[in-house]
Write a protein that binds this ligand. Structure first.
Ligand SMILES: [Zn+2]
Ligand SMILES: [Zn+2]
Length: 164
């Protein structure tokens, strides 16, 4: 029971974090922002190295904003389960590393692919699709945020055109 509660909080952190990250940060950043597209969608994805090389400290902000949607839940969820929150953050970070496995020879093992399809988890193959075409495959951790994110992207682009 205790374990279920802990893992439930970890899952909640991933669900809430990815929701805010996708709809409040990632999609609007592709419409109104600049550095996520330039830096994160380039072969060298490091905001720190970009800011350093181009002497452009403001490029650090979107790097930080990408992590913030997960961190804002720490006070609330940490109070409900400190361990569950730590595991959630750890899983989020491990998933960031894993979904950016874009090495030419990399292939997600078939069994893992099946598991990811069952649980709607973004694989590196799917995330690479987003890096190649920023109109596709939103949802950093969960694939079910992809469809609504696409509607949100279209709507924000329309609004931007109207304001321009
Ligand atoms: Zn990415
Ligand atoms: Zn993106």
């Amino acid at each position: 029971m205790e374990l279920l509660h802990t893992l439930g909080i970890s899952l909640l952190l991933l669900l809430l974090g990815d929701f805010i990250a996708t709809f409040i940060y990632h999609v609007p950043e592709h419409v109104f922002g600049r550095y996520h597209s330039i830096v994160h969608h380039s072969p060298n994805r490091s905001f720190v190295s970009y800011a350093w090389r181009k002497n452009c400290p403001q490029a650090l902000l979107p790097g930080f904003l990408g992590a913030l949607p997960y961190l804002i839940w720490v006070p609330l969820l940490g109070w409900m389960s400190p361990l569950g929150t730590v595991i959630g953050l750890l899983l989020a970070e491990l998933h960031v590393i894993w979904r950016h496995q874009f090495a030419p020879g990399y292939q997600t093992p078939q069994s893992l692919k099946v598991l990811c399809r069952w649980f709607y988890i973004t694989t590196p193959e799917r995330h690479q699709l987003h890096h190649r075409n920023a109109n596709l495959a939103f949802g950093d951790v969960f694939t079910f945020y992809g469809k609504p994110a696409q509607y949100w992207l279209t709507l924000l682009r329309q609004l931007k055109r109207q304001w321009a």
